[in-house]
Design a protein around this ligand. Structure first.
Ligand SMILES: Cc1cc2nc3c(=O)[nH]c(=O)nc-3n(C[C@H](O)[C@H](O)[C@H](O)COP(=O)(O)OP(=O)(O)OC[C@H]3O[C@@H](n4cnc5c(N)ncnc54)[C@H](O)[C@@H]3O)c2cc1C
Length: 361
């Protein structure tokens, strides 16, 4: 049995020959508590709907990723993130909730479990790839409703490399695309109006908009693409990116049709979070899905691994079992909890068994 959100993950994580459970009809904000900065939401709520409904309560998510088509349970179950060195991924905003485990029991966790809550169960459920059970309710940490000012600048990559640390530290959220063929960059800066830093890139201002955060953070993505994204320890010198740039320029530029995206994430404590216990920078390789991607991704992946990279759970990568266990200090603990929640492997498929290094059905 596999629970599905919007089905946007590009691994076989949802594949099943048995039962696919859609939570599409479990949608909406059930309760909002602005005093405690909390909201109870249903798992099938699409991020765009979530933003609009939270706004009606004067609330907002702390951050969002690049698109808002995902369901909240699907997004947080793979550690979906936006950018900002003080902003965690979506999983880190989960304070509690309820799930139906592999034994058919309804299990509250985190703040929903009351005073005796098992903190480890919360940290496992925050990012579980849908392997502990089906999330039926979520209690999220939210913020007071806020507006954001988006400015996208086109400038040369060398300027970005020189000012990266300052850009990260002075913007609420900042990321950049590098375009291999032109060596230009698009710097995307998001700040609350009135809190924009003085430092702006020399170049062309491509986008300049102000609006509710849930409308301004996500973009429309109509071009289908393939993507590999790794989470690496934050490094102001961008050494990993410099090596990626060098390798793309020398080996792949002729065949790489698109761009490379660099973002940052605050550390958190979820057991399988790829930003667990470390300030993180992410590097994503994007390739038009009409062009070959495998040779490119296969050649770049070892480079990410030499920098201690952890792959995005919803995007292309080839790591399995022991390779992943080495990257996550609480790997065994997560699986101990998973086996307790789902002793018969009701939520496992072939892909997950291989990913987790489990051969037996
Ligand atoms: C165009 C595009 C842009 C993207 N941008 C970003 C980005 O900016 N940042 C980023 O980090 N990622 C990004 N992603 C990746 C995407 O956010 C993740 O793959 C996300 O998990 C997809 O959400 P979904 O609702 O489609 O989940 P699905 O792919 O449907 O499911 C993901 C996981 O969640 C589990 N799940 C779903 N519902 C439940 C439930 N109720 N209970 C338990 N488990 C459940 C599923 O079993 C599965 O393991 C992007 C993907 C695309 C296609």
């Amino acid at each position: 049995m596999r629970p599905v959100g919007s089905g946007h993950s590009s691994t076989p994580i949802l594949t099943t020959e048995d039962t696919l459970v859609s939570l599409d009809k479990l949608t909406g904000v059930v309760a909002a508590d602005p005093g405690q900065s909390r909201a109870q939401v249903l798992p099938g709520t699409k991020l765009r709907v979530l933003g609009a409904e939270l706004a009606e309560h004067g609330l907002a998510m702390e951050n969002l990723g690049d698109v808002d088509y995902q369901a909240i349970a699907g997004a947080l179950s793979t550690g979906t993130h936006g950018s900002g060195i003080t902003l965690g991924n979506l999983s880190s905003t989960v304070l509690g909730g309820r799930l139906v485990n592999g034994l058919g029991e309804e299990v509250p966790f985190g703040v929903d479990a009351g005073e005796d809550a098992d903190h480890d169960l919360l940290r496992a459920a925050q990012l579980s790839l849908g392997t502990l059970g089906i999330l039926t309710s979520l209690t999220l940490r939210v913020e007071e409703f806020y507006q954001l000012h988006r400015q996208n600048w086109i400038t040369h990559i060398d300027w970005v490399l020189e000012h990266f640390e300052q850009l990260v530290e002075t913007n609420r959220s900042m990321d950049f695309y590098w375009y291999p063929r032109s060596d230009m960059a698009q710097v995307r800066m998001l700040n609350k109006p009135g809190q924009e830093p003085d430092l702006v890139p020399p170049g062309r201002l491509k986008t300049d908009i102000i609006g509710p955060s849930y409308e301004v953070i996500p973009n429309d993505r109509h071009l289908p693409f393939e993507e590999m994204e790794y989470m690496l320890p934050f490094d102001t010198e961008l050494e990993a990116f410099r090596e990626v740039r060098q390798r793309v320029k020398t080996k792949h530029r002729a065949r790489v049709g698109w761009r490379v995206l660099v973002r940052t994430i605050a550390p958190d404590t979820a057991m399988l979070s790829n930003a667990q216990q470390r300030r993180t920078m992410t590097i994503a390789l994007l390739q038009n899905n009409t062009l070959p991607f495998k040779e490119y991704f296969d050649d770049m992946e070892p480079l990410f691994r030499t920098f201690g990279g952890r792959p995005h759970w919803g995007k292309k990568h080839t790591l399995k079992g022991n390779e992943l266990a080495e990257l996550y200090p609480e790997w065994e603990e997560f699986h101990r909890i998973r086996r307790r929640m789902d002793p018969d492997g009701v939520f496992m498929n072939d892909y997950l068994r291989e990913l987790f290094g489990e051969k037996e059905k």
